[in-house]
Design a protein around this ligand. Structure first.
Ligand SMILES: [Mg+2]
Length: 378
């Protein structure tokens, strides 16, 4: 490591106020219809937040309705403006009470997450540090798993996607099951068989039912596919059914996982206290941003449980590199495509199943204004 002069020495002994927090929304059609066990969609909306101060700009985002823009503009932006850009946790703990009467889970938490991630990026850029160094890196590389395998895909589309990950050395992949709320288990089984034959015996094979099964159904179906070496069973039942998750966990040989709908620390603590998961999924674009991610992953560590980052891989990679109990990140087809389109610095494929956090200031990404503009909805 090269010793460098202290960055941004001019910041010592002074403060930098956040000047502006702005939000905008962009809706991008999917490349082909996408669906899982309990939902189908043909477009995805990214809500982008830019926080400026001290002559720098930080970016963060979430995936959610354009209504998040109003929460940022009308509720959170005014709370953060004028606060220290160096004290992100201070801003976070000022924003949370401001959302009390709006209801934090859902749209408010998505907006909160986008602002928090933008503020961390701004701070890192002000200090001229890569985000993972600001947070305290614990690893040089971050493992990923390929994720897509939508129930709406034809067999050929599924094979093509799995081969695309296999060909760049991603050694673990996930497909959607629980099709049509668990009413097409025969097709689920056939797709698992096809996936295993495509990736070969050495790669890890994960499935995600998005809550499409009952507990009894999930257990029975898992025994049908056990011979294909499924090692990760995500949301076999609704994430709200903690007893059901625990029941499946006790009955199957795969890791049972959930957590993608966690919007605050208490949600994750309840899930862990219930013994509902073998690996806790956390989404930095939903849980409350990097500030809450750090607290959630610490609570998981206290339960001796690994965490896995859900979706939005380029917003996760910096904090993932600073998370001791990280298992991996989700290299989610839909978000990889959008992040490559929208951000300079998001072009790289994983190499041998890992990403490397950016060594430039902040998250290392820059918005491509001309690329995003055609998709603007707010
Ligand atoms: Mg999922």
């Amino acid at each position: 490591m090269v010793a460098c002069p202290a960055p941004a020495a001019a910041l010592r002994g002074c403060d930098v106020p956040v000047q502006r927090v702005e939000a905008s929304a962009f809706t991008v059609p999917t490349d082909t219809p996408e669906g899982d066990g309990t939902l189908a969609w043909d477009s995805t909306t990214l809500v982008l937040v830019e926080a400026t101060g001290g002559g720098r700009s930080g970016i963060g985002w979430t995936y959610g309705p354009a209504a998040c823009v109003a929460v940022v503009r009308d509720r959170l932006g005014p709370v953060v403006a004028g606060r220290s850009a160096l004290d992100v946790q201070g801003s976070y703990h000022a924003m949370v009470p401001a959302l009390r009467n709006d209801g934090r889970p859902g749209i408010a938490a998505l907006a909160l997450s986008a602002v928090d991630t933008a503020l961390w990026d701004l701070k890192a850029r002000l200090l001229e540090l890569p985000l993972h160094r600001l947070l305290g890196s614990v690893r040089d590389t971050v493992p990923v798993y390929g994720s897509g395998g939508f129930t709406t895909y034809t067999d050929q589309q599924l094979v093509d996607q799995l081969e695309s990950w296999r060909d760049v050395g991603v050694p673990r992949v996930k497909i959607k099951v629980g099709e049509s709320h668990g009413t097409r288990t025969g097709r689920d089984t056939a797709r698992v068989r096809l996936a295993r034959s495509t990736i070969g015996p050495g790669a890890e094979l994960y499935v995600d039912a998005n809550g499409g099964f009952t507990a009894a159904q999930a257990i029975a179906w898992w025994h049908q596919v056990a011979e294909h070496g499924v090692s990760w069973f995500e949301e076999p039942v609704s994430s709200d059914d903690l007893a059901g998750l625990r029941r499946v966990r006790d009955a199957v040989g795969a890791d049972v996982t959930a957590g993608e709908y966690g919007y605050d620390l208490t949600y994750f603590a309840r899930m862990l206290d219930a013994g509902a998961v073998d690996c806790l999924q956390v989404d930095v674009t939903r849980c409350g941003g990097i500030t809450e991610w750090l607290r959630v992953t610490a609570v998981a560590a206290a339960h001796h449980i690994d965490v896995s980052g859900h979706c939005a891989p380029h917003l996760h990679v910096g904090v993932a590199a600073a998370t001791p109990n990280l298992r991996h990140l989700e290299w989610f087809h839909d978000h990889v495509r959008i992040e490559r389109l929208f951000f300079e610095g998001a072009e790289a494929e994983p190499t041998d199943g890992v990403l490397r956090p950016c060594e430039g200031p902040g998250n290392g990404l820059r918005v491509r204004p001309r690329a995003v503009e055609p998709y603007r909805v707010r």
